[in-house]
Design a protein around this ligand. Structure first.
Ligand SMILES: *[C@@H]1O[C@H](CO)[C@@H](O)[C@H](O)[C@H]1NC(C)=O
Ligand SMILES: *[C@@H]1O[C@H](CO)[C@@H](O)[C@H](O)[C@H]1NC(C)=O
Ligand SMILES: *[C@@H]1O[C@H](CO)[C@@H](O)[C@H](O)[C@H]1NC(C)=O
Ligand SMILES: *[C@@H]1O[C@H](CO)[C@@H](O)[C@H](O)[C@H]1NC(C)=O
Ligand SMILES: *[C@@H]1O[C@H](CO)[C@@H](O)[C@H](O)[C@H]1NC(C)=O
Ligand SMILES: *[C@@H]1O[C@H](CO)[C@@H](O)[C@H](O)[C@H]1NC(C)=O
Length: 683
């Protein structure tokens, strides 16, 4: 029981201490309620607890005081004791750069200021009464207008005054931040009184030294160690024994609100700390405040919108780049033959390696299935940077696309991108003839092409050549007839494919160096001089093709030279020479027919094919038959001219050496064979 009484007693003492301080009064407010203070003039306490000293009407004054006077002396006519105060304030002007007039912490004998004026008088005095010692008031002013009559230093200062508006000392608003020492000096930070930001002021009067210190800082910042300014004045002569403490403020011609958010005071001790976390919110200035919900939703919505627009743009750009094509005005007329890159990408599943049909001289060929029609196509992807000749080439491709011939692989259309050209062909399920003649490198062996099939292919290609050279509305030169460009359809008919690419590359040629394009072994000798593809150069290539398909050998033959095994050497020679040599030496032309046929061939047809091949490969272009004559020979309508192997062979050697094959540059898939192979061999 006694314990409980002791506890209650102690609690009472503590309670008393908390309200009166060591030997005086103290209080602290974080926000105000209506009965905390006595107000007058324009001053109100807002519903959210702000002390609004002025209400935004101009030329107003307002006061707010702690309701009861504070005892500043211990005994009547004694010395004024030490005291401290601290407050958080904010000034909200309608303008961001101009305000009027200011506010002050006030210690005064009375709550009434008779005759006090607004404006620069801050609701404290008038010009007649200013500085009169009988005023007995002490103030800490926050002044936003420079009034020369009161010796103001600027329009943004704090000052300590007695009895009037002239300051004992003052300073531009700001603070010296702790730990921010610059060359032994604290660094000064300006504060703008009219920044609409809450700021805190501390004022301490030390009676023993008659010193007044004023310190400022942004609200929520800790109290800086170094005060903003100090003043020395014995307040015993100023402050009355009992005096009211509070605030005074006034507006001038500018609509301004002066607010106090929190306040503490103590006699004989430091002012209690203000709980800044509990301070009321300042009203928003400027545009009509948004609702809370909007305040939260709007930034999120804005961010989401920006994000959405950003990613949409990003995706569009990426998509644009991914599917970007090259289109020029002249292509309009070829519109129907133009494929979209997207469709080709879809068709070939993004040019998947598994769909690669082959790598040719000018590019890679992929199998594809067109998205809508489900038509199977072969898509040739050609790297091509040049615009030169592109129009002519496309025109030719498109015109060839219009040619309908059963031995022609149809060009369905094309597509262009930067640096790339795509040609879309009919898909030939059985692949190209060379695969059947030589197998492919991967070791997949195809069945030996029977003589019947070979003969049909030869006749088919010949009829196609005739059509291109003579029967179509304009002369079309294929330029690259060879087994890898002769494809087999499902009925094993030969179909000529890969049109015009050589022509496209011709246009790139540097006129300084004659740049013959095609495939070595199939190039007519005169191309070394003229580099002009003609029907005769096609016939030459066709001749090589016929020899190749009949002999089952590549246009450059590896032969073994030497009598006994030790001195044997490998040597290369042209297929033409090889056939001629065998023919001349043994008179047995048919020995050159592909051994894989196992003798299962029509001897008359094979003999015709070999002789026709030789004739077409004649070094003199004028001695070669035309495509029409070729067709007539093959159909047996016209007999082949008599040919003797020896004189033709001599012709060939002479021509080939004189023509100087070494002089021209060869590009294409088999260019690595080089030029020497052309002149080697023979006798
Ligand atoms: C501000 O206070 C004054 C004086 O009390 C009053 O006349 C005026 O209407 C008030 N203005 C506003 C906007 O409340
Ligand atoms: C205090 O001083 C005033 C005048 O300065 C005087 O009239 C008054 O009597 C004094 N009071 C006391 C208690 O000394
Ligand atoms: C100071 O104020 C008092 C009281 O109002 C007055 O009697 C006196 O004349 C004033 N002094 C001056 C210098 O104006
Ligand atoms: C601080 O304010 C003073 C007075 O207005 C001015 O002269 C000074 O340049 C300001 N300093 C900074 C860093 O803004
Ligand atoms: C202040 O003035 C009073 C009365 O004149 C005096 O008693 C006191 O000692 C003074 N204080 C200081 C610090 O000088
Ligand atoms: C005013 O305050 C400054 C800064 O504290 C100080 O250096 C200066 O001496 C003071 N002036 C007077 C007259 O007290």
């Amino acid at each position: 029981m006694s314990m409980l009484l002791q506890f209650l007693f102690l609690s009472l003492i503590l309670l008393a201490a908390s309200t009166t301080g060591g030997d005086g009064q103290q209080f602290a407010y974080s926000g105000f309620s209506t009965n905390d203070l006595v107000v007058d003039g324009a001053t109100t306490i807002t519903s959210n607890g702000l002390l609004e000293l002025t209400n935004g009407t101009d030329q107003q004054t307002g006061h707010a005081f702690y309701p009861t006077p504070v005892q500043f002396t211990r005994s009547p006519n004694g010395t004024v004791q030490s005291f401290s105060t601290s407050f958080v304030f904010a000034i909200l002007s309608v303008y961001t750069d101009l305000s009027a007039h200011g506010m002050a912490f006030v210690v005064a004998p009375s709550r009434n200021f008779p005759g006090a004026l607004p404006g620069q008088f801050l609701g404290l005095t008038d010009i007649r009464n200013d500085g009169n010692a009988s005023n007995h008031f002490f103030t800490v002013e926050l002044d936003t207008i420079e009034n020369k009559e009161f010796g103001d230093i600027n329009a943004n200062h704090a000052g300590a005054n007695v009895n009037g508006l002239r300051s004992l000392n003052s300073s531009s608003a700001g603070y010296y931040a702790d730990g921010d020492v610059n060359g032994g000096e604290f660094h000064f930070h300006n504060l703008s009184l009219i920044s609409r930001e809450a700021m805190q002021v501390w004022m301490d009067y030390d009676a023993t030294a008659s010193s007044i210190t004023v310190t400022m800082a942004p609200s929520k910042a800790a109290r800086p160690a170094r005060p903003l300014f100090t003043a020395t004045h014995n307040l015993t002569s100023v402050v009355t024994d009992a005096a009211y403490v509070g605030f005074s403020s006034a507006t001038g011609t500018i609509n301004t609100r002066h607010y106090v958010l929190g306040w503490s005071f103590a006699m004989n001790g430091p002012a209690p700390a203000i709980d800044v976390s509990r301070l009321p919110k300042l009203p928003r200035m400027g545009p009509k405040p948004l609702s809370k919900a909007l305040e939260i939703v709007l930034p999120i919505a804005t961010a989401a919108f920006v994000l959405a627009v950003g990613s949409a743009a990003f995706l569009l750009v990426r998509r644009h780049l991914k599917y970007a094509e090259l289109r020029e005005d002249w292509e309009l007329e070829f519109g129907p033959h133009r494929f979209s890159y997207r469709d080709l990408l879809d068709a070939t599943e993004g040019f998947k390696d598994e769909l690669l049909l082959g790598v040719g001289g000018f590019g890679r060929v992929y199998k594809g299935t067109l998205p809508v029609s489900k038509l199977e196509v072969a898509v040739k992807r050609v790297s091509h940077d040049s615009r030169q000749g592109m129009k002519e080439f496309i025109a030719e491709v498109v015109s060839i696309g219009r040619i309908q011939h059963r031995n022609l692989v149809r060009v369905l259309g094309y597509c262009r991108r930067r640096g790339e050209l795509f040609l879309v062909y009919e898909y030939m399920p059985s692949g190209s003839v060379d695969k059947y003649l030589y197998g492919n490198n991967e070791g997949t062996t195809r069945p030996v092409l029977s003589w019947e099939h070979r003969w049909r292919v030869v006749k088919g290609i010949a009829s196609c050549l005739l059509y291109l050279h003579e029967e179509w509305e304009q002369v079309v030169v294929h330029r690259d007839i060879k087994p890898s460009n002769v494809l087999l359809d499902s009925d094993m008919n030969g179909r000529l494919g890969d049109f015009g690419l050589a022509r496209l590359y011709d246009h790139d040629a540097d006129p300084q160096t004659t740049h013959v394009v095609g495939t070595i072994g199939y190039l007519a000798p005169e191309l070394g001089h003229t580099s002009k593809a003609t029907p005769q150069t096609d016939v030459f290539s066709f001749g090589m093709f016929v020899l190749e398909i009949t002999c089952g050998r590549r246009p450059v033959v590896v032969v073994v030279v030497g009598d006994d095994e030790s001195s044997q050497e490998e040597s290369q020679c042209m297929l033409v020479d090889w056939v001629l040599e065998r023919w001349a030496s043994s008179g047995a032309l048919l020995e050159t027919v592909d051994a894989r046929l196992g003798g299962d061939y029509n001897a008359a047809e094979a003999c015709l094919a070999l002789k026709l091949g030789l004739l077409c490969s004649h070094p003199f272009s004028k001695s070669r038959p035309t495509a029409r004559q070729v067709m007539q020979y093959l159909d047996g309508e016209v007999p082949l001219p008599e040919m003797a192997p020896t004189d033709m062979s001599l012709h060939m050697m002479a021509i080939m050496q004189n023509e100087g094959f070494d002089d021209y540059v060869v590009t294409g898939s088999t260019a690595s064979i080089g030029t020497t192979s052309v002149v080697s061999g023979g006798r």
